[in-house]
Design a binder for this molecule. Structure first.
Ligand SMILES: C[S@@+](CC[C@H](N)C(=O)[O-])C[C@H]1O[C@@H](n2cnc3c(N)ncnc32)[C@H](O)[C@@H]1O
Length: 220
């Protein structure tokens, strides 16, 4: 039997990896990380725990078609992991939140590999804590999305967090202002180069992929 744990390594600072995740990384026969044109962000977060480990990069080409690229990555993982061995796949934040691992685990399961996951500190929870903005108080709702928020959903939310804001920030800020939300742009949360911005023009100028916008309905 082969076993793989998807480990959420948190938002950026290695100290946010859970003890459970750390132990599984240390015990793993092989560590898998998503391939990147620069350095893998998940690999960088966990780098202090990877010394002496066999690390394999899995490629998920941006232009590759959906299911096929995950099936190909799963086949590489299957080949690298011997019968009886266990591996970990490192993923940014939490494995169940906008994560490649959700697609990969389906393909691994089809190959008969046993899959488990370990939660991680998500980017939006890390950001809420840095900004000291409650995600939800009694009887409130929270809306998480990527890209442009759906205005119908936003109407019933008290707090919102938008991931992958790099494409259309101006539109996102227009929507938040129209619906009476105050907001903060959080870039590279918990990393050494973390930035918190609230001025509209500064937010629009920035193009970092590792950024999000967290907003809360202003009190009437
Ligand atoms: C593919 S999603 C991964 C989300 C991740 N699984 C999680 O639990 O937060 C990538 C997006 O997460 C957000 N993100 C991840 N890490 C971040 C960080 N340290 N600071 C700000 N945003 C971050 C950004 O919006 C980025 O575009």
């Amino acid at each position: 039997m082969k076993r793989v744990h998807g480990i959420g390594v948190g938002p950026g600072n290695g100290e946010y990896i859970t003890v459970k995740g750390y132990k599984l990384i240390k015990q793993a026969d092989v560590v898998f990380i998503p391939k990147s044109s620069t350095e893998s962000f998940a690999g960088k977060i966990a780098k202090d725990y990877l010394e002496g480990k066999k690390v394999i990069e899995l490629d998920f080409p941006m232009d590759g078609s959906g299911r096929e690229k995950y099936a190909r990555a799963a086949a590489v993982l299957d080949k690298e992991l011997k019968e009886g061995e266990s591996g970990v796949f490192l993923t940014l934040g939490d494995p169940m939140v906008y994560s490649t691992f959700c697609y990969l685990m389906e393909e691994l399961t089809k190959l008969g590999i046993v899959v488990e996951t370990v939660p991680g500190v998500t980017s939006f929870l890390a950001a809420a804590n840095r900004v000291k903005m409650p995600i939800a108080l009694k009887e409130e709702s929270f809306y998480l999305c990527d890209g442009e928020p759906d205005e119908k959903v936003l109407r019933s939310a008290d707090t919102v967090c938008i991931l992958k804001t790099y494409k259309n920030k101006e539109k996102i800020l227009d929507i938040l202002e129209k619906h009476g939300f105050e907001y903060v742009y959080v870039k590279r949360c918990t990393c050494e180069d973390e930035q918190l911005l609230s001025a509209r023009d500064e937010i629009i100028k920035d193009t970092d992929y590792m950024s999000l916008i967290i907003g809360r309905r202003k009190l009437a």
